[in-house]
Ligand binder design. Sequence first.
Ligand SMILES: [Zn+2]
Length: 330
Amino acid sequence: MKAWVLSKNGIDNLNLKEIEKPKIKPEEVLIKIKAIGLNPIDSMVIDLIPVKSEIIPCAEFAGEIEDVGKNVKELKKGDKVSVYNRYFDGTCSYCLSGEEMLCDNGYIFSIGSNGGLAEYAAVNQKNAIKIPDSVGFELAASLPVAALTSYNALDRANVKKDEFVVVVGASGNTGIFALQFAKMRGAKTIAISSKDWVKDYGADYVIGYENAVEEVKKITNSSMANIVIDSIGEKLWDLGYSLLGKNGRMVAFGTETGSNAKIDISQLYSKQLSVLGSTGGSLKQFSEMVDKSNNLNVKVWKKFNFQDAKEAFEENNNKEKNGRVMISLQ
Ligand SMILES: [Zn+2]
């Protein structure tokens, strides 16, 4: 099969090769990959995370089952699946409490083992989640990272009906799903974005960051935000934090603009704020999300053929990005 193989850090060391198709173990399934979603984590894999041995990048992918191992019962050839992209041992205290993303021995595919930038991938049956036939592969390949990260973030913040949720970087991969999930929970959504189209993805209000404080004050009748979702890190951290009202919760899960932030402790206690982190999500959350996937939408900005993967990575770093960058093998 054809696969993009990273031999050491740097995009110049990513090469399209002919390698052996994976052989499945009894509890594994072989997936013919149909779509791949690009995320900041993939650029980190290519440029920053030390490459110990040759590895196939890309953490977010979906496809169709081509073959199943002899112990696989619930999946069959032809099933459409999205891939829960974490290895977990199933035995540590976190796995036993249903938090596979915190597994003591866990890792993300594309870092600890091969990812999805290939024609085929073999994964454990537990990691292949069947999706409804009506869900397209572009959405299916947006569930494992873009959607699940937001889903868990809203769970962490315990977003409730009628609360005001501010999404910083609302047009990004995770942002559009944070808006959609917040609406599903009955919350009121405020997108900080320069893109008006986020209204089509669940934003009740779209505001710019220059006058965000005044705008949020106006919209919330001075009570300010109940929840702020921050996916971009350092650059707009102070702004996001300043938008929180009493008992406000801020959830962070991205560091694209840096990872150092200050916290005003007097604000923290006097308003009883909570600052939360979230990473990926659990298998249970993934299934819940798949059940709602018929009502989700993804905005694809550019779609590349498999052989043009390098170009896709380049465009994924484009500051003018206006929706997702995806790679298609259909
Ligand atoms: Zn574990």
